[in-house]
Structure formats: C-alpha cells, structure tokens
Design a protein. Sequence first.
Length: 202
Amino acid sequence: MRRMDKEVLIHVRGLQTMDADGEQEPLEIVVPGQYYFRNGSHYLRYEEVMEDFAEPTVNYIKISRKGMEVRKKGVVNVHMVFEQGKKNMTYYTTPYGTIEMGIAATNLNLQESDGGLDMKVDYALDMNQEHVADCCLAIQAQPRKANEISGLMVTGIFGGAVIPPLMGYCTDLIGTQVGSLVVILGCLLYLLYCSVGIKTER
C-alpha cells in the first residue's frame, strides 16, 4: 500500500440504523482525492460540496491499526475519533448550529495492500447525550488507474446481460449469423482499445 499513487479514488459508504423505527439511511460517494503514508499511518484528503453551499468542505482521514480519525473543515467542522472499545466526544458544527456527538467504535477492520486500502468501522452514535443510531462506515482508496480496470469489469458484467439479446436482434435484422459476428467484433475492438489506452497512459 505504501507504493500506491498519490492520486486516488476514494469510495465512502455509510449506513445508519435509526433507533426510533429501525429505518436505515444509506450514504455513498465516490470522489477523487490524495493519499500518502507516513509514520505507520495512511492519510487521505478529499473535498465535498454540501447541498446549498458553494464553499467546499475538506475531509482529512487518518487510518492506522490503532483506529481512524476524520476531520472536516469548511461549511461543516468536526474531529471524529474512532477507537476500538472507547467512546470519544466531539462537536459537530454546521451553519445551523452545533451538536455534541459521542462515537463509540465497536469494530474496526483494516485491509492493506499495494493496490488499495479498505477500512470498515462499526460504531454507536450519540447526539446530545442520547443514543440515536448504530452506524457502519466503509472507506476504500485505490489508484485512479484501478478504476479504469474496474470499468472494464463492469462492462463485462453488463455485457453478459445485454450482448446476447443484442446479438439475437442483429441476427434477426440481417437474417444471418453475420449480425452476431458484427456485435462480437465490436466488443473485441472496444476492449482492445481500452486495454491499449490504459497501458499507454501508464
């Protein structure tokens, strides 16, 4: 993981299960960001724009075997600390006011490799001294080039559902198997173009 490119793609997924009715509120974003490794810790930085505000909020994330820290600076300001078996207090400041928050991490799982970083945290969330939700937060980071490979994989999965019907349609339209061959040839040329393009950029 220490050899990962500085420019990365960051995938953040969150899920909150509210106490009142058990309703789940999912959150998911994929944004470009920066990565570096220092003194045994991974650092991520990315910007997000909150709804109704032009000013970006900058996110700083520190990840290690000991836990995770998330800092937000801008429209929203907060410093959240996730440590196994500990409850940490913080203040979540927004243009509409400040909320006292308690974060008690119940499980942390860090996966490291040269090709990516994957951190998952389960935690209980308190607001103003009251438990409001059980949450799950997953943060992944991978080189931006890896996202291009993922695009090819998604294309393959998508093609498995779309290409066969398209082949049948073209065969019926033309009246011979040439229609199917035209579709297959088009797919091969596309994959060849993508693979050569990625190799050339590297």
